[in-house]
Write a protein that binds this ligand. Sequence first.
Ligand code: ZN
Length: 213
Amino acid sequence: MMCASIYDIEEMLQAFVRNGIEYLHIDVMDGVFVPNFMLSNSISKQYREKCNIPLDYHLMVVNPLEKINWFDLRKGDLMSIHLESTDKIKECLDLIHSKGAKAGLAIKPQTPASKIIPYIKKIDFVLVMTVNPGFAGQKLVIETLNKIADMRKLLDENNRKDVMIEVDGNVGFENAKIMREKGANIFVAGTSSVFRKDLSIEEGIHKLREAIK
Ligand code: ZN
């Protein structure tokens, strides 16, 4: 949602509802874990008032355990914390689960897939960042494509076929197709697809859905 223009929000949300968009992806950045600010807590409350699409919070903050309670996390929502952001990962995942939400671990492009192994029993999804976190409109880190496949293999080998893989960063139509082939299940749409300036929101959604069929 950081890519959405504040002037068109209501219209956009209606288009998302019409097109069965599964989640609204909310990036939360503290200016410490990533070099940008995006503390969209009050805005996400307004999304709730306008539609009932579940929220997908992506916390890019240090000490996430202290901050999870700041959010209006509900059953059906997703929340991911970064593996690199804390040594209290299990506590964070438990707290997210205690709200009835699905808990995920996010990893930066440089973090190997194998780092999730100690937490594999506690996660519902993994968020593989395919660009360096902090800003919209960044270039794909090409090595992360194979990491999606490595992650899928690792999860399957550990009897976690049910764990979904979310991809976040430069999910353009062509990249999305490759990401799908590598095993991604949830696609975060930004300025390279749904929020492209040369397409309407509906056209962007349609093209993205075609790419990942
Ligand atoms: Zn994100």
